[in-house]
Design a binder for this molecule. Sequence first.
Ligand SMILES: [Zn+2]
Length: 407
Amino acid sequence: MRRNFFGFALLLLFSISAFSQITAIKAGKIVDPESGTVSSNQTIMVENGKIASIGSDIAVPANATVIDLTSSVVLPGLFDMHTHLCMDVQAARDAGRYYYTTLNDPDSFRAIQGVVNARTMLESGFTSARDVGNEGNYACVSVRRAIQRGMIPGPTFQTAGRIIAPYGGQFHLQQDKQNLAEPEYFFADTRDEMVKAIRQNAHYGATVIKIVVDDQRYIYSAEDIKFMIDEAARAGLKLAAHCWTRAGAHNAAVAGVASIEHGFDMTDEDLAIAKKNGVVLVGTDYLALDDSPTAHTQWVDRLRRASRLGVTMAYGTDATDEKAGQTRGTETMRGIDPWVEAGIAPKDILKAMTINAARLMGVEKERGALRKGMAADIIAVPENPLENVNTLKKVSFVMKNGAVIRK
Ligand SMILES: [Zn+2]
């Protein structure tokens, strides 16, 4: 067993009572990522999973459960906009190719991986996430439903179902084994196939649509992508576009997708088009950590350029590799390292990890900030992250929907 399931002092309180009682959180400091400001000596009243009131002059009723975080800094729960909960890539087995992972692991096992990864992400402070596919035959939709029903702990998250891609998906198939990439991917080359792929995903529980624009020599055009944005919108879904090449990212930026994933090769011109069209960059900058020095430098530079040009960015990691002594949660938090290296201000990193991501998910009225009426998704860290963003790696308290997950 490579993972230490019992390494944390955890309080798992998933009973109904957690939602019906009144909780008062005494916060030493509260950080508001939207404004980049700190307020001191605040009290947050939590009732029915939501923030009932927040401020410095709140009377705490006698029947309230008091949580003392007076020596901590409190902030909204964090978001990861690019994860694959139902896929753990083992370098030793797969030589870094998740093609083998997806073939070796049955969907039933991948659902269990999703259960474990969802829990460790939540324990590390990620109360919301977006799963962008690679979940076999909707394994992650089942994980999401189990979390929604309170059966297991995990972030509030959206799931993409089967990734939609030109023939072959992200794999290089052999002609005598043509079926190996489905159902991992949904091959859609014609307009009819695109409609069918989006509708099937929506039908089987996807809450976001993920396309791979450019992992084959034939890539989706801006018109193809626009067509899929409109079809997804008819089902109330946003479109996330994997773009690895300059041409692919250009097409997605012109089409105006909700988010460009990766986009490592984007020019300043294409970053400007993305900004003009309201496209959010989910840069998966985490990947720079373990890649070649050349890629590392280029990808951190892209992050710096996007920030300088004012492109809206949401934090998204793509952390899938199993690492000894680490969990999906700790690896996901390690994704802040390239942001620090790029010189991004902590307040902008926090915005990317909260409010920008909440807007991308379309949940900004419910999550991503600590305000009256919003979900009680609350974390605490030892220091002020606006001064030392690495303090996020030491999350000491996690509450989701008013239930204490970690204390
Ligand atoms: Zn990914």
